[in-house]
Design a protein around this ligand. Structure first.
Ligand code: IMP
Length: 196
């Protein structure tokens, strides 16, 4: 069994990645691997942040490391909040407030200009190799109201026209099938099968 460290403190993400990568790999959180370092996510792109996290932890542990960075890009806001999604309007501001503020900013904007996407970039860092990234995205629009109680973050305002609901109205299983992170992980799985 090949061991991979996933650079996150979020246990939900570990479960998700273990489920997608399957039984050939054992995925450990930083805590399980005994690593406790904070990495400043100061990159301008999802790629920069994901690579920085993966490489720093690989250098520290000398193990195979995966890291991700994700966020919501809103066309009308020139791609914001983007890499600042977690910090947008303040890290501790509840998402109900952030989401209502975004709805307010887009109040008079017609549907064609409400385009948005969730983006996820996964970086792989291995000793003696250049880092590799994969990118997954899910396209949608910013809805007109908060809807749905599942998911987290910006899910209640992210409306997916093909599914006729917000991503907060999807079950976790349904969301994982179409999500930005799921897509990036599926691509990364193919790379791992070749490289690891
Ligand atoms: P992270 O890089 O995965 O920690 O995500 C950064 C931020 O992007 C989160 O704190 C959320 O604000 C936003 N985000 C990323 N993925 C999702 C999602 O699937 N639903 C809702 N918000 C998300």
């Amino acid at each position: 069994m090949k061991e991979i460290i996933f650079a996150t403190k979020n246990k939900g993400k570990i479960k998700e990645i273990q489920a997608i990568l399957g039984g050939d790999y054992i995925v450990k959180s930083m805590e399980e691997a005994g690593i406790d370092i904070d990495i400043l996510e100061d990159g301008k792109t999802f790629e920069e942040n994901a690579i920085k996290k993966a490489v720093e932890i690989m250098n520290f542990s000398n193990k195979i490391v995966l890291a991700d960075d994700s966020g919501l890009e809103i066309d009308y806001l020139n791609g914001e909040p983007g890499v600042y999604s977690a910090r947008y309007m303040g890290e501790d501001t509840p998402y109900e407030i952030k989401n209502n503020k975004i709805l307010e900013m887009l109040k008079d904007v017609e549907e064609e200009k409400r385009g948005a996407r969730f983006v996820s970039v996964i970086a792989l860092a291995m000793p003696n190799n250049e880092p590799i990234t994969t990118r997954g995205a899910v396209e949608g629009i910013i809805g007109y109201e908060i809807k749905g109680a599942n998911g987290f973050g910006y899910d209640p305002i992210f409306y997916i026209p093909e599914l006729k609901c917000t991503s907060a109205e999807l079950s976790l299983e349904e969301k994982n099938k179409i999500s930005h992170r799921g897509k990036a992980l599926q691509q990364m799985k193919k790379i791992l099968e070749k490289m690891v």
